[in-house]
Design a protein around this ligand. Sequence first.
Ligand code: GBH
Length: 494
Amino acid sequence: MSNNLLVTLLLSVLLYREATAATNRTFPDYFKFGIATASYQVEGAWNEDGKGENIWDHLCHTNPTFVDNGDNGDIACDSYHKYKEDVGLLKDLGVAYYRFSLSWSRIIPLGLAGSPINQAGIDYYKNLIQELVDNGIEPMVTIFHWDLPETLQEFGGFPNPELVEHFAYYARVVFENFGDSVKYWGTFNEPLQTCHQGYGTGTMAPGYKSSGLAEYKCTHTLIKAHARAYHIYDEEFRPQQQGYVGMIPDTMWFEPASDSPADQEAAERALQFNYGWYFNAVANGNYPSVMIERIDERSKQQGFETSRLPKFTEEEIEYIKGTYDYVAINAYTTAYAQAKEETDPSVISYESDLNVDTFIDETWEQSASSWLRVVPWGLRHLLNWLSKTYNHPEIFVTENGVSDTGGLDDDRRIYYYQEYLSNVLEAILDDGVNVTRYTAWSLLDNFEWARGYSEKFGMYNVNFANPERPRTPKASASYYANVIASRCLVDTCE
Ligand code: GBH
């Protein structure tokens, strides 16, 4: 353990005296703790050693008002050069695994199927993986975490069905190069954000506002690309590599605003439009029936000859069904869901296709992110819903965490982890939900997409004003290290 970490450990013990409702039972032996980052958010080196441009490079450079303070990921945490130091931090924490993502355009600069591979990019990830393995930390790799090669966007990006072929080429390259050491793969991180924010609301790169139209095409391609990568793994790599492949969708928890059947149905519909839009397809081969029915019907009312929600063929349904080895969830927050009068049927948007009112309880603690309130019990409800809805699978929490505006004495972050982890443990021990992994977001303060460097999620502070990008542990780092070592959330466990 580093001296810095020891100092903050002592500090946190002295300063952190808050009453907690957290359980004093311990996590089972099989349960694994990890922590996550993503390529564009931490790597920097945006144009070094042959890396191609991606949609976030492009957006930040061509439209600097898109991101707060004109921030960009050109240097970010400089993890491209500082990966050994990052692995040292992971070791200090004692995590069993590190979830990180690959930069597609670092590996295949143009992204296109059949186009040249950048050996320096392959080498970077080989070195990172080797450093992890040498330190006893398991790599868990996200193949795509939002940084699409810009060339592929110029071909239309995800709404263009050709993207399936480009992704298949990329997936094969990474399984081939890294699959001896990597046993846990995630194809797409938060596909909802790629499609809904990227092509629907336009709040993420590439920034298109085509709600209820291009975003549905995006999802259609993305699901096929996922299934394709899964089958490639299954047929060409699984026999030797023996790993696990899944998709990594997200949703907030939607709590029914009341016991009324209408509000219960509204909450379920919101979950299906967020999580089910992706995972019902992966699990059962198709979109949730409530999405199909509503969008088909509304499209018809709007005078479309065919539904705005694309159709999978019978053959595609069979191909997509069951393409997962685990169920993953990125979960941060909760909202109430309430039934609502049908709005103007002529409005073309995802929001009006869903047609649910959401609101929050103003007493829920606010984080530094407008969308993120601290609602620990929501995670337990969500884990129960996943377990019930998808037939009691093994579940990984692949992201969970909270933002503040900075500072090393991050007692609100400690509170967040303690209470959310307590709800994970209660889901396991009291509700019989098979959760086997928990991944904190994030190792480092990093590039928080359209919020730039203003919202901090890290257990380690990064000084972005210093070209060396020094890392300093926060109190939450020592809290998490302690939880991992003791498998216990409070001062004493039974
Ligand atoms: C995850 O997104 C991401 O995987 C990760 O990269 C990110 O850093 C982390 O969590 C923290 O945000 O601006 O009102 O339109 C979490 C879910 C969903 C949160 C989209 C931000 C945008 C809300 N994200 N949301 S808004």
